[in-house]
Design a protein around this ligand. Structure first.
Ligand SMILES: Nc1ncnc2c1ncn2[C@@H]1O[C@H](COP(=O)(O)OP(=O)(O)OP(=O)(O)O)[C@@H](O)[C@H]1O
Ligand SMILES: [Mg+2]
Length: 355
């Protein structure tokens, strides 16, 4: 049986862990927080016992991120694609505010109304601007509820749109000039409100952040994992995702290692001492997990109970070659090198047969 929804928000997915942490939590809490910083850390990094580890590596960064959110500055998680920026921001919001869904998804079409508040136009035309006609956006709701606002891919929004956060982060007040009543015209934020933004360092089509907005954030750079940690993470995450879909294909460790090696060699531009031209695509851990899940699903639906290197080979090109000029040739050159270097090795031969 598969579950009725595809993916639950973190506060529901880990509701039992959060409840256990809340019951045992004795530590001091910043205003408006549901858990102490120590318990939030355990939620994200695990406690070696009943609370599972959810973010690999980056332990010191996670602690600094928690401390930042308890203070007066926003948190900006920057880094390469697929380094768990969004996942960390979701987990922090779930643990600190009990809600990870007050989220703005940055993009070229986002305007201030999507962030601050909008209007129910039928009520607005009938009664004029008043509280009833106002439709709270995620920023309004987070300030009023003393919760964290997640701003995903902030640099995908126009700089002027991003800048609507400046007065809010400085004064913790949202001005609603349309409401004439003095009391309603200013929304004062409750304790617990803050902003976690994420930004991608590599993607095209991003906008600058103004210096004034940058000054209101602490920047943290998420680090990509090493090859070994990456292989362990790919195996664990792919298993979890496949279990959710009731796909019971065996994932041998050495096959996952092989995929981690392919991603690592292409990313570093070096295979067993020989230079390789690096593809322009990001080749993130998230994409490697996707390759394993696709290959395992292929096995499951087309009659194989064990993942083999050749199954991975069928899906790797889809992650490496994503329309960037020259990447198809770069990948083909890498495969030619593998044929020379590793022809006698059964696993690699099997992988190459699938490509
Ligand atoms: N260090 C890590 N710890 C745990 N999971 C990780 C880590 N790095 C990558 N992942 C996996 O990668 C998935 C994708 O991560 P996520 O979407 O949060 O990355 P991102 O940095 O926001 O990427 P993008 O820049 O593409 O938005 C996660 O759900 C998780 O399965
Ligand atoms: Mg993201």
């Amino acid at each position: 049986m598969t579950s009725a929804v595809q993916r639950l928000p973190a506060e529901q997915r880990y509701a039992e862990e959060l409840a256990a942490l809340l019951t045992a939590d004795q530590g001091p809490r910043p205003g408006g927080w549901r858990l102490s910083p120590r318990a939030v850390r355990s939620f994200v990094l695990g406690d070696g016992d009943r609370i599972s580890r959810k973010i690999e590596g980056n332990d010191a960064l996670v602690e600094r991120a928690i401390v930042t959110l308890s203070g007066g500055r926003g948190l900006l998680l920057a880094g390469e694609p697929g380094t768990a920026k969004s996942l960390l921001s979701e987990l922090l919001a779930a643990a600190i505010s009990g809600c990870s869904t007050l989220t703005v998804q940055g993009g070229a079409g986002v305007v201030e109304e999507h962030i601050r508040y909008g209007w129910n136009y039928a009520l607005l035309l009938r009664d004029g601007p008043n509280q009833k006609a106002l439709v709270p956006g995620p920023l309004y709701a987070a300030m009023a509820g003393g919760q964290l606002l997640r701003f995903e891919e902030i640099t995908r929004c126009a700089t002027e749109v991003q800048d609507c956060l400046i007065p809010v982060l400085s004064d913790r007040i949202l001005h609603l000039p349309e409401l004439k009543d003095e009391q309603d015209a200013w929304l004062l934020s409750r304790p617990g409100f803050n902003v976690i933004a994420t930004a991608n360092l590599r993607d095209r089509g991003v906008n600058e952040m103004s210096a004034a907005l940058k000054r209101r954030f602490n920047f943290e750079l998420m680090q990509a994992l090493g090859r070994r940690e990456q292989a362990a993470l790919i195996a664990r995450e792919a298993r979890r995702q496949l279990d959710e879909q009731a796909i019971e294909v065996e994932l041998p460790g050495e096959v996952i290692e092989l995929l981690a090696t392919v991603f690592d060699e292409l990313k570093r531009g070096e295979a067993a001492g020989v230079a390789v031209e690096r593809p322009a695509t990001a080749l993130s851990t998230a994409e490697a997990i996707g390759v394993v899940c696709n290959a395992a699903s292929h096995c499951w639906y087309f009659g194989s109970s064990r993942l083999m290197p050749r199954h991975l080979g069928q899906f790797v090109a889809g992650a490496v070659v994503q329309g960037e000029a020259g990447d198809a040739e770069r990948f083909a050159a890498y495969l030619r090198l593998l044929r020379q270097q590793r022809a006698g090795l059964a696993e690699w031969q099997d992988f190459l047969d699938g490509c």
